[in-house]
Design a protein around this ligand. Sequence first.
Ligand SMILES: N=CN[C@@H](CCC(=O)O)C(=O)O
Ligand SMILES: [Zn+2]
Length: 387
Amino acid sequence: MSTLVTGIGELVTNDPALGPGPLGIVEDAAVVVDGGRVAWVGTAARAPAADARLDVAGRAVVPGFVDSHTHLVFAGDRAAEFTARAAGVPYDGGGILDTVRATRAAGDSALRARLRARLAEMRAQGTTTVEIKSGYGLTTAEEARALRLAGEVTEETTFLGAHAVPPEFAGRTHEYVDLVTGAMLTACAPHARWIDVFCEPASPHAFDGDAARAVMAAGARAGLGLRVHAGQLAPGPGALLAVELGAASADHCTYLTDADVAALAEGETVATLLPGVEFSTRHPYPDARRLLDAGVTVALATDCNPGTSYTSSMPFCVALGVRELRMTPAEAVWAATAGGARALRRDDVGRLGPGARADLTVLDAPSFVHLAYRPGVPLARALDLPE
Ligand SMILES: N=CN[C@@H](CCC(=O)O)C(=O)O
Ligand SMILES: [Zn+2]
């Protein structure tokens, strides 16, 4: 069944062929969707007929947010750690193991219910595509379980066995990396599209450049795409490694050298910025302006997780992108939609042109600018349309 969505005061298509600027804006617009895909985009006055009609009364519509970095499969929370941090205790990644304990103790149905509740929270704020990492199991069976659960709700599943060294391998990081690149990868690869590694030599709980290279090389041999947590706590080898190995995304990028920025600008790797993390950890925010001015492709994502960024809100990240990362509203909205799609190497989401998935997010506002202009106001929701 086709549906004509009309009365769109401002439509962000992210397709410069459809309207001015990188956002490809069409004013007084309409969209026809059919079979879950966009069939037609243009001005309302020229819209073709359709089986059904939905008038959004002058509101703005943007492509559904593409949240390309989350850790949604977990139990428990770390509000006490957050409170301690507010009193000055720094983040070093050690809290990951608290969440591992809670997650291992949780049954499938409890984990599934919490995962689905978080996804519903995201959709209610305009997110329509979500990447989900494992990483709070850290045994072969637990990592495979997390990926199976994630695979029930998204195609964008990421194996993150190399998230932290679990307590049973304390002081034996090499042996744990052997497990991650061996039996654990074999069990997890069928449930994953991507592999990721927390490359952070500054953390005693994470992995150095050699370990990260071994994990990524093994993942690539198993047919997985590559992603890296890079430069979250200090400059490190992650960003250069990401570019060298052709990773789809280097995530965090809070601490980058000039050589990192130059390499990202030359390569095919998206820099995914996660400003919810710096909001929570009180580290300095990453500098999107420096990256954009150098020609790097930038994405914004929530990094929703119980330790460093317990937000499910892409609009919150867009607002931080403008206020703290020195992005324009247009750059931030592009990064949260088309940028996320690039970070997942997808061309069917993050845009609203013919052939794209019919992921329309409607704003209770006349323009996309209001996402940053009215922070904290629940303006965005994913539109439910008949198939
Ligand atoms: N830094 C590594 N992983 C998460 C944090 C996980 C946690 O602290 O539970 C992140 O992306 O920030
Ligand atoms: Zn993360």
